[in-house]
Design a protein. Structure first.
Length: 394
């Protein structure tokens, strides 16, 4: 891809500006950092780096604490800077990979530049990494890489990249339905899916060698599931409007209802006669990544991060869907304010943001139906087209 001298200078200036913005946010801290990640980092330092992995000082899977251990050896950075720079590195990797995906689908150099800059200057991306110090960009990178391999017809690397996403965060499972449908519709070897746990096991090796129990390491995600007893952790989904004192009833009910809905969705997509294409997979990837945290209980405010990036990519691939990508950027940024503002009240009541996001979900479903005919099998079932009578022949 050839750029003029002025274009090269403009792109370099944008990258430097994006990095400077993030560095300016490095000094800010919050409750997550103060009570969790910074104490983890200090524990690592007090145990001289690698030996700390022997202990259960964090409830995260081994991959992320191992990264913290590696960066703890960079003595020229403070703990806060080290934590945030890890996430910022993946901001830039995600911007690059989003550009690769858009170019793969559209073959447009200009659209590749646009999505790269949109990701770099996305308020959701900036707030998540350099302000909040969260690591959602890390597992999202591996989801993006899995998707890139998927549309490149490289099914095995797609599975292994997805496995790497799972090694960092269990929320990567939101991408699993798309991967399964891809394998079924394209008749790939389903046995490849059995390789999904391998990256988790590989990333756990340093922790296991340090002396931590194999059972502990393998059951981390099971333990995480019972860490909070709340229908929603500031996630603006349907559960905002339901009483938390019904937690024991609504959690299993929500999981069962979601499972039934997904069986129906699987059938609709699998039996769809629409030809598959990279744009087809992109729409359904964004759809699943947005839908799942909307309908499941116990979701957190940050779980819409992958959907925010995929809908932004869709907005560049198909400008007619621009309002979906920018809409989720707005609602996600508003959602972050419930945790990141000093009074934790946010800029709008969560019920309003939830209503906006539910409306946005409806628009996403309509967009997928309009482009890919998602609901056609149901519409044909309940509203069959009347056969027209043959014209009379005289």
């Amino acid at each position: 891809m050839n750029f003029t001298k002025k274009q090269q200078i403009a792109i370099q200036f944008a990258f430097v500006t994006a990095f400077v913005i993030r560095v300016l946010l490095f000094p800010f801290t919050n409750l997550d950092l103060d009570y969790f990640v910074l104490p983890w980092y200090e524990f690592i330092q007090s145990h001289h780096g690698y030996p700390a992995l022997k202990y259960a000082f964090t409830n995260y899977s081994p991959a992320y604490p191992t990264l913290l251990v590696l960066f703890s050896y960079l003595k020229f950075m403070s703990p806060l800077e080290s934590i945030k720079i890890i996430s910022v590195i993946f901001d830039f990797l995600n911007a690059w990979l989003a550009g690769m995906i858009v170019f793969r689908i559209t073959n447009s150099p200009s659209k590749r530049i646009v999505i790269t800059l949109l990701v770099l200057f996305s308020p959701v991306v900036i707030l998540n990494s350099s302000f909040w110090g969260q690591c959602d960009g890390i597992y999202t990178f591996w989801i993006l890489l899995s998707f890139y391999y998927l549309i490149s017809e490289k099914s095995l690397p797609a599975v292994l990249s997805f496995g790497m996403a799972l090694a960092f965060k269990f929320q990567a499972m939101f991408f699993a339905p798309l991967l399964l449908i891809y394998y079924l519709k394209t008749k790939k070897n389903l046995l490849n899916l059995l390789l999904t746990p391998i990256p988790y096991i590989l990333t756990a090796i340093p922790t296991l060698l340090a002396g931590r129990s194999f059972t502990e390491v393998m059951l981390i995600y099971v333990d995480q599931s019972s860490f909070f007893r709340s229908l929603t952790m500031n996630a603006p989904n349907f559960y905002v409007f339901l009483p938390n004192y019904r937690y024991d009833l609504l959690v299993p009910a929500g999981i069962i209802a979601t499972s039934i809905a997904f069986i129906v969705l699987f059938a609709l997509i699998y039996f769809s006669k629409k030809p598959v294409s990279p744009a087809f997979w992109l729409r359904y990837a964004a759809f699943f990544l947005f839908l799942i945290p909307m309908v499941l209980p116990k979701m957190h405010d940050r779980y819409f991060y992958p959907a925010a990036l995929f809908l932004l990519i869709l907005a560049v691939v198909d400008w007619k869907s621009w309002y979906l990508g920018f809409g989720l950027q707005i609602t996600s940024a508003l959602t972050y304010t419930y945790f990141l503002t000093e009074d934790h009240q946010g800029w709008l009541p969560i019920e309003i943001v939830a209503f906006l996001q539910i409306t946005l979900l409806g628009l996403v479903i309509w967009d997928v139906h309009r482009k890919e005919g998602l609901l056609n099998p149901l519409l044909n079932l309940f509203f069959p087209k009347q056969k027209r009578k043959s014209p009379l022949v005289y």
